[in-house]
Design a protein around this ligand. Structure first.
Ligand code: IPM
Ligand code: MG
Length: 362
């Protein structure tokens, strides 16, 4: 089969890690007889540089006309000043919203060979295998008012944490569906002891639960959840939460897998399925990593595993997705690591060598 994939390398280490995904996808294409046509487009800092906009019109159009979108990372310290008129990150938010990608799926899994590569004790992390379902197009990231203002007390600023029931219901359904396919345990994370939006979230979770009698639902407050993620992470399976809680908790959870460089993600406009094709955006959970840009040491595994998710959820190629995941497993089982997951004194591979090692295992 033939597919059109829009590639948004973005900023920092983005283009480097995406190049390794393409290497692996080309190996998959060769083995299974598919043609992936990669077409580049601009997003983030590089787009601001070229067009003045973080998400140029042309990029959005090209994404809408493709089978899937593969993204590296956006973000450039050049635009860190609070007064920068456009920020690279605004392009990322705009593309998520523009493509209607409300469901962000972030799996966190421990590879057994890496149990000694995390900051936690091996017995705590050894069985970690969970999936976050993060709401991606609502809440405090998008709701208005969202602005700076001046009044008699001086400077002020407001962001709005707001949800409507349809937004909550559809993301919870994604959580329940995923839970149904896994261990039938869903944890919903909120701050219902304080926030109105969380109280509504919890109420709707209980209503949706009625359609999923086979799934156990439990509610955990976000502050407690952040503690349990460290103290007993393997008790979690599928977790569903609102946009900002999901952002924060998934960075925390990445440490359970050894590194941010291990965490893939899929952003979808519906319930993930192995058998139907739908547009999605696939990106590592890590950022543009300006501190290591150009050093050739970035870990490409998160982006390679994101490509596997792309094959599964956007291109309906589950067998090929499995092949990538197995290849990553095999490379890690051989003791191949990048700097971020290497133990003290262990030899590590450069970004391109790691990508080639995975491609060779396909
Ligand atoms: C993520 C990132 C983004 C987010 C940033 C870069 C806007 O942290 O994908 O988790 O906050 O969603
Ligand atoms: Mg984040």
């Amino acid at each position: 089969m033939e597919f059109k994939i829009t590639v948004l390398g973005g900023d920092g280490i983005g283009p480097d890690v995406v190049a390794e995904s393409i290497k692996v996808l080309d190996a998959v294409g060769k083995k299974y007889g598919h043609k992936f046509n990669f077409e580049k487009a601009l997003l983030g800092g590089v787009a601001i540089e070229a067009t003045g906009q973080a998400l140029p019109e042309q990029t959005l159009r090209q994404c809408l006309a493709s089978d899937a979108v593969l993204l590296g990372a956006v973000g450039d310290p050049k635009y860190d000043s609070p007064n920068a008129p456009v920020k690279p990150e605004s392009g990322l938010l705009a593309i998520r919203q523009g493509l209607g990608l409300f469901a962000n799926i972030r799996p966190v899994k421990m590879f057994s060979k890496l149990v000694n590569s995390t900051a936690l004790k091996p017995e705590i992390v050894k069985d970690v295998d969970m999936v976050f379902v993060r709401e991606l197009t609502g809440s405090v990231y998008f709701a208005t008012p969202k602005k700076r203002f001046n009044d008699e007390r001086g400077r002020g600023a407001v962001d709005t944490m707001q949800y409507h029931e349809d937004e909550i219901e559809r993301i919870l359904r994604v959580g329940f569906e995923l839970a149904r396919k896994r261990s039938k345990k869903l944890t919903s994370i909120d701050k219902a002891n304080v926030l109105k939006s969380s109280q509504l979230w919890r109420e709707i979770a209980e209503e949706v639960k009625k359609d999923y009698p086979d799934v156990t639902l439990n509610h955990v407050l976000v502050d407690a959840a952040s503690m349990y993620l460290i103290s007993r992470p393997s008790t979690f399976d599928v977790l569903v939460t609102e946009n900002m809680f999901g952002d924060i908790l998934t960075d925390e959870a990445s440490m359970l897998a050894g590194s941010m460089g291990m965490l893939p993600s899929a952003s979808l406009a519906g319930i993930p399925s192995d058998n139907t094709r739908c547009l999605g955006l696939y990106e590592p959970c890590h950022g543009s990593a300006p501190d290591i840009t150009g050093l050739g040491i970035a870990n490409p595994i998160a982006t390679i595993l994101s490509a596997a998710m792309m094959l599964r959820y956007s291109l309906a190629l589950p067998k090929e997705a499995d092949a990538i995941e197995k290849a990553v497993n095999a490379a890690i089982a051989d003791g191949l690591v990048t700097k971020d997951i290497a133990q003290v004194g262990q030899k590590y591979l450069a970004t391109g060598q790691m990508g080639s090692a995975v491609a060779d295992k396909i």
